[in-house]
Design a protein around this ligand. Structure first.
Ligand code: AMP
Length: 195
């Protein structure tokens, strides 16, 4: 099974993607995490992408996919993509890539959380990271978070419509406990298997 999870920064995509990956034996692939790893390695791709994400802008589609493709090429057991696709173009690129091996995206999970709740969670995450690691994510200042929200709002509708029009969009209220949200996603996936 191949899944994508869509939502505002701070919606809880990473947490839910981990739980779903564990339960269904999928690989959890996060493009944001890939960019942070590449920056730590100081690779040319990582440094180029940082110019965008440090400002809360989306990294260009081709740059993002060329990095993700390295992981997808290695993925054998199905995946859950966290943070990809973020634009309609990325939906089309992913679809084209999967079609070549007779695969598809089975379901797109949309985790709905208001910007106010996301902002609260991201501030909390930054505070916790400061205590635990002495640093927080470089793009987790209030100013950059708000720019990421803006990038999301500008690009998400076509992505949702892309999956909605194929009957593949699962919409989930993300403003509940981690356990309740997971139960609902799991329930919807089980239900879809039976249909
Ligand atoms: P995230 O960890 O998902 O919040 O991603 C961190 C940052 O990486 C985002 O704010 C973007 O700048 C960049 N990024 C992650 N995924 C994508 C994507 N699919 N397309 C473009 N930029 C991305």
């Amino acid at each position: 099974m191949n899944l994508v999870i869509i939502g505002l920064s701070g919606a809880g995509k990473g947490t839910q993607a981990d739980l779903i990956a564990q339960k269904y034996g999928l690989q959890h692939l996060s493009t944001g995490e890939m960019f942070r790893t590449e920056l730590e390695k100081r690779s040319p791709e990582g440094l180029a992408a940082y110019e965008y994400w440090k400002e809360g802008k989306w990294v260009p589609d081709d740059v993002t996919f060329s990095l993700l493709k390295l992981y997808l090429d290695e993925s054998k057991s199905g995946f859950i993509l966290d943070g990809f696709p973020r634009t309609l173009k990325q939906c089309e690129i992913l679809n084209g890539y999967l079609n070549k091996s007779n695969q598809t995206t089975d379901w797109a999970i949309y985790l709905q959380v208001s910007p106010e709740e996301s902002l609260k969670r991201l501030k909390l995450r930054a505070e916790k990271d400061m205590v635990a690691k002495g640093k927080s994510r470089l793009d987790e200042t209030e100013d950059v978070i708000k720019k990421r929200f803006q990038s999301f709002i500008e690009s998400v509708e076509p992505v949702l419509n892309y999956y909605r029009s194929q009957g593949k969009l699962l919409e989930v209220n993300g403003e509940r406990s981690v356990e309740k949200i997971f139960q609902e996603i799991d329930g919807q996936l089980q239900q879809k298997k039976l249909e």
